[in-house]
Design a protein around this ligand. Structure first.
Ligand code: V47
Length: 366
């Protein structure tokens, strides 16, 4: 394999990547400090293609945010509200079910349900949402509740994390989304989200979920007060847990959107940072099968470009999204399947419609 970069550190990293050697913390930091974006892309593409060939996955899903009322009030979040705020809302069971019932007509195979940490809603409400959705839509996959929500459910009940997860699984939970991971560093969590589950607690919930056979995703919210070192440490921590459990399906980097948040004076992430983060994640997370671009957060154009920088999955059709919208994103909230297929084809990749667990539903060959 030819050496593609003139940067001395990157040359060494290239040799490791092409021989399948695991990258170190120092390598991760060097990759972030490298501005030879095409070299990073070529390396990340190599790893992506070894794992998933020319395929670029997408799924058809419907997001539902049950409530924005949240006791955590993370400083980076523009979505959450206090109880009694004019814009606070909480869906009744019927309202949640009504949203879910729209899914089949949209061709959705997945419900993606995440919410605020409501001070009064009992755990039974969440169990009922899941069991009613399961009853009404027996074929749909329910991906719901971040590790932070699961940790909170254990706090508001007398149940252990394992019991909470088992009850949700028995009610119909199929897998878990990757939200709430933010940056694991205690320093960063202290500055941005001190009231919710710590990094260790997030990881413990995922360890338990994976042990119960629930797959999950993982995220990293970046571009706020964290350092490059803290990003790389976050990736390595995920890689270590994945070595242990194998339960993570995909990694989704989430660039911080600052509008309407309490983290003022922070510039928006740049295209370079977002593309680099996709590539670095693909290179560091050698034991993750998939790196996903959430187009709502990075925009459709960058999501398309990311397919050449390590990404193999575009999420998703979505329909209704409040978290990024509240923080000022200008992207739409939904996209037609045909548009996703065209974006993927135009990037020279083969579109593959998948279900939540990455079973292939349809390959769109020319
Ligand atoms: O947990 C909150 C992040 C997450 C902001 O697992 C923000 O497949 C940017 O986790 N700017 C929710 N990000 C979204 C999420 C997700 C999305 C798509 C797919 C999957 C998956 C997971 O959004 C939160 C938090 O980390 N977030 N506020 C903000 N201002």
């Amino acid at each position: 394999m030819s050496i593609v970069s003139t940067d001395i550190n990157i040359k060494e990293i290239e040799e490791k990547v092409f021989s399948g050697e695991r990258l170190s913390r120092e390598d991760g930091i060097a990759l972030y400090n490298c501005n030879d974006i095409l070299a990073l892309g070529r390396l990340a593409r190599h790893v992506k293609e070894k794992k998933t060939g020319n395929y670029a996955y997408f799924n058809v899903n419907r997001h539902i945010n049950l409530t924005n009322v949240c006791v955590s009030r993370c400083k980076f979040c523009a979505f959450s509200a206090d109880k009694g705020d004019a814009h606070a809302y909480t869906m009744t069971l019927d309202e949640a079910l009504g949203r879910a019932l729209e899914a089949p007509a949209l061709g959705a195979t997945e419900l993606h349900i995440v919410s605020g940490l409501h001070p009064d809603l009992p755990f039974d409400y969440y169990l009922e949402v899941i069991s009613e959705c399961r009853k009404a839509l027996p074929d749909i996959h329910i991906q719901a509740f971040t590790a932070v929500e699961i940790d909170y459910f254990a706090q508001i009940t007398a149940f252990s994390i394992r019991e909470v997860l088992q009850k949700l699984k028995d009610a119909g939970l199929g897998s878990m989304p990757g939200g709430g991971a933010e940056i694991f560093s205690g320093r960063v969590r202290g500055l941005t989200c001190e009231k919710k589950a710590s990094g260790e607690e997030w990881l413990e919930v995922m360890r338990t979920a994976h042990g119960l056979g629930l797959k999950s995703n993982a995220t990293m919210l970046y571009g706020h007060v964290e350092t490059i070192e803290e990003r790389v440490d976050h990736l390595i921590t995920l890689r270590e847990l994945q070595d242990e459990t194998g339960g993570f399906q995909s990694f989704i980097p989430l660039p911080f959107h600052p509008d309407n948040t309490e983290l003022t004076g922070i510039s928006k992430t740049t295209a370079f940072d977002e593309i680099k983060t996709f590539a670095v994640a693909r290179l560091m997370l050698d034991n993750f099968d998939h790196v996903k671009a959430f187009w709502i957060m990075v925009g459709l154009k960058l999501a398309q470009l990311s397919l050449d920088f390590g990404v193999d999955d575009l999420d998703g059709t979505v329909v209704e999204e409040k978290i990024t919208k509240s923080a000022g994103a200008q992207t739409g909230e939904s996209i037609e399947k045909d548009e996703l297929i065209n974006l993927i084809k135009d990037a020279g990749r083969t579109p593959v419609e998948r279900d939540t667990l990455y079973n292939i539903l349809k390959v769109y060959e020319d």
